[in-house]
Design a protein around this ligand. Sequence first.
Ligand code: C5P
Length: 222
Amino acid sequence: KKNIQIAIDGPAGAGKSTIAKIVAETLGFTYIDTGAMYRAVTYKALKQNIHLDDETKLAEMLTVSTIDLKPSQQGQLVFLDGENVSAEIRSNEVTSSVSQVAAHARVRELLVAQQQKLAANGGVVMDGRDIATHVLKDAELKIFMSATVEERARRRFIDNEKRGIESSIEKLQEEIALRDKMDSEREASPLIQAEDALFLDTTDLSIDEAAQAILKLAKEKM
Ligand code: C5P
């Protein structure tokens, strides 16, 4: 059995993290949520009142910050400078600001270096926007996962309800569409399907069906 790298990219709310977690668990691999890292940076920048357009200040802040991802019973926990910020990084404020922070090339460079280190030994499932195109260009399996924006907003709504975050489907749809636009149109590593990635439309798939589809492909590569 080979410790392969699995890259899962796609727009917001396509089910990447839920499905990636199941795939990782089933294979005994490590799950790495790169979006959580961009969220942690954004959370800290907001807290420190750093202007989200100030690339230099953001990069400086990041060089003196530590972001750790730790697996736990409740999924992946995110620690920023030793503090558990797993809930905080999912707030509406962070969600609506993160694409602005993630657009900066220097912020990305620093996080991508960390992500590559985490994945160096293989046996990983990593999800994000630029994993197949930049972070893990040699990943054995690359998946581009999407679903209609209506379905993605519906899923986020249910997700938010579970987390106790208030939201409306219309607002979520707007927020998701705007984030996708910013992520796809930025200059630094935009969200795009890699040429060698397989497209997986999850609109009409259950979580388990999507996970099984990826597991089948993974096992062929192992
Ligand atoms: O995956 P999630 O929705 O938590 O990601 C939050 C944001 O982080 C994305 O909208 C995107 O702006 C940024 N991101 C990124 N590159 C990644 C992962 C996330 O730019 N690899």
